[in-house]
Design a protein around this ligand. Structure first.
Ligand SMILES: Nc1ncnc2c1ncn2[C@@H]1O[C@H](COP(=O)(O)OP(=O)(O)OP(=O)(O)O)[C@@H](O)[C@H]1O
Ligand SMILES: [Mg+2]
Length: 367
């Protein structure tokens, strides 16, 4: 997967930008607030996922413009493709001239991974942040997973609504039987997908972390369900979830929602056995998040047979020179878009193209 060119106009502060990309390294530099992240965000949106900064389309459109337009020419499986996006209150996407019914149709067509400052929430955020980033990563390689997840969440909402009704009208608890059956079946499928993904991810992320930190700390990743229940067989997982739902009915009725299940699971990320969230330094947390993201890219390549584009927004700050050098060497075989304020350190070690962003415009510079 390679970006050949990207252009945008009216996307946040971007004005008629045009990037003819280099097949490996693309350095995007400029002062704060000039539009570097906007370029990364605009490329990312062609994956069909929500922005990593907002779910509101209106925020993506320049305040003085009725709409935003962007275009991405990319090669996938050696085939050149063109995707065009128009954003108003909604996003409209055309792929090779044909309308997509929804942005989600782009999932799997153009794939990239993004590291942005908000990715750090995979380490320091609440469990919901870790689940969300994991669920997005799985959806990008297994589009059926997004459908499964929304069925699970819909069924969970229905069980929660019934719990409220039972508490108001004193229906018997046995009216939950059918919902517990459905929720545990869907929940077991969700957990199976996550276990499979985390199994693939954990070795890769640990190896990358070892490289970034010169093996100073040992990185480990675990899924909370596996840690507490020790079960990987989907049929057994379904039984465990069903029994837990039945056992927690009285408690759920008191709190008026379903507390347990994959919607409350977590990813446990440790360094030398201590949770990175609680004990990691800033640089260590950043290195963990980066190892998880680059690991995600490797899983994507393994599953889809094609290396995704890597978008790194503001990744180098807080990393010492050894860590920075490892990352740049590591990324050698991939197409990378990396933003920074001062490109001098990146320029020393890399060939590729360099673009300066000033007040929403982009100019290619000679290295
Ligand atoms: N909808 C919008 N309309 C117009 N301008 C916008 C809109 N949304 C954001 N901006 C502007 O875009 C600029 C921010 O761009 P961006 O986040 O890409 O900066 P950056 O170059 O990455 O900066 P930093 O180095 O601080 O991360 C700001 O000047 C902001 O005011
Ligand atoms: Mg930025």
């Amino acid at each position: 997967m390679k970006v050949i060119s990207h252009s945008a106009d009216g996307f946040r502060n971007l004005k008629n930008t045009d990037i003819q990309a280099h097949p490996s390294m693309n350095i995007i530099f400029g002062e704060n607030g000039q539009g570097k992240t906007n370029i990364i965000e605009s490329i990312w949106l062609f994956t069909g996922c929500y922005s990593f900064r907002t779910h509101k389309n209106a925020e993506l459109v320049c305040k003085n413009s009725p709409f935003a337009r962007s275009q991405l020419v990319f090669s996938s499986n050696e085939r050149e493709q063109t995707a065009q996006m128009k954003i108003t209150k909604i996003k409209e996407i055309k792929l090779n001239g044909a309308d997509c019914t929804s942005p989600r149709e782009m999932i799997g067509k153009f794939s990239c991974v993004v590291f942005s400052p908000s990715t750090l929430s995979i380490i320091q955020g609440a469990p919901g942040e870790r689940r969300r980033l994991t669920d997005v990563a799985i959806s990008l390689i297994k589009p059926n997973y997004a459908v499964l997840m929304s069925r699970y969440l819909r069924t969970l909402d229905q069980r929660n609504a019934l719990i409220k009704k039972i508490s108001e009208k004193s229906y018997p608890l046995s009216t939950l039987d059918a919902w517990d059956e459905a929720l545990s079946t869907l929940g077991a499928a969700v957990i199976s997908y996550r276990l499979d993904y985390i199994e693939k991810l954990k070795e890769k992320a640990a190896a990358i972390y070892g490289g970034i930190s010169s093996s100073r700390e040992k990185f480990a990743l675990e899924y909370s369900f596996l840690k507490s229940k020790g079960e990987t067989d989907e049929k057994r997982i379904k039984e465990i979830l069903f029994n837990d739902l039945v056992a927690s009915r009285e408690a759920d009725l008191r709190r008026l929602y379903t507390a347990g299940g994959p919607h409350s699971d977590d990813l446990i990320i440790t360094l030398d056995g201590g949770e990175a969230r609680a004990y990691g330094s800033q640089g260590q947390k950043r290195s963990c998040a980066l190892a998880l993201k680059l690991g995600e890219a490797m899983v994507m390549e393994e599953v889809t047979g094609e290396a995704p584009v890597v978008l790194l927004d503001d990744v180098m700050s807080e990393l010492d020179e050894g860590r920075q050098r490892f990352i740049l060497n590591y990324l050698d075989a991939w197409q990378v878009f990396i933003t920074c304020c001062d490109p001098s350190a990146l320029l020393r070690s890399e060939t590729g193209k360099i673009f300066e962003v000033k007040n929403g415009t982009v100019e290619e510079k000679t290295v």
